[in-house]
Design a protein. Structure first.
Length: 166
């Protein structure tokens, strides 16, 4: 599933690539003589992960009391309400308007928030550029959450390798 998420492959495509690429076989510690996983096994395994909620457990998600950083497009009453309902700290950049420009203090606050927010943008950039996009082809919020969780796990594994000392 890591290879599937990294290369944004369907179940049938991942089956084909495992059969076709030696690099995929090495990653999975398979030899040419072994039976290869088929697309139905990949699907069944993902369904099992979804049913058990294991991806969320692996990510150890914490969605309460954290800071929520976002660009000014996320400012406004509806977004503030959602952020408050999730019990998160609102760190959204402020937006100026034609007759009410930002003060120097607000601009400085936005610069400080943007330094942190921009680090998150690198994750989306990696997913878009290196993992071939964020297209999710499934039915149901639980399945989508599993796929998104696998994307996050894949990114975390890749990033850990990058940060390891040589």
């Amino acid at each position: 599933m890591i290879l599937q998420r990294y290369y944004n492959l369907s179940d049938d495509q991942v089956e084909y690539q495992i059969n076709d690429r030696m690099s995929f076989m090495r990653f999975l510690d398979l030899s040419i003589a072994e039976d290869i996983l088929d697309s139905k096994i990949v699907w069944a395994f993902r369904e099992r992960l979804t049913d058990l909620g294991l991806v969320e457990e692996l990510l150890d998600e914490k969605d309460r009391g954290e800071d929520f950083y976002a660009e000014s497009a996320y400012s406004g009453a509806p977004q503030k309400k959602i952020i408050a309902e999730k019990q998160m700290m609102n760190k959204v950049c402020e937006k100026g308007t034609r007759n009410h420009p930002l003060t120097e203090e607000q601009k400085a606050g936005n610069r400080k928030k943007s330094r942190i927010r921009s680090r998150v943008e690198h994750i989306y950039g990696f997913i878009e550029m290196s993992m071939n996009g964020m297209y999710i082809h499934c039915i149901g919020i639980k399945r989508a959450a599993t796929i998104i969780g696998m994307m996050n796990l894949t990114y975390n594994m890749y990033r850990k390798i990058q940060l390891m000392p040589v």
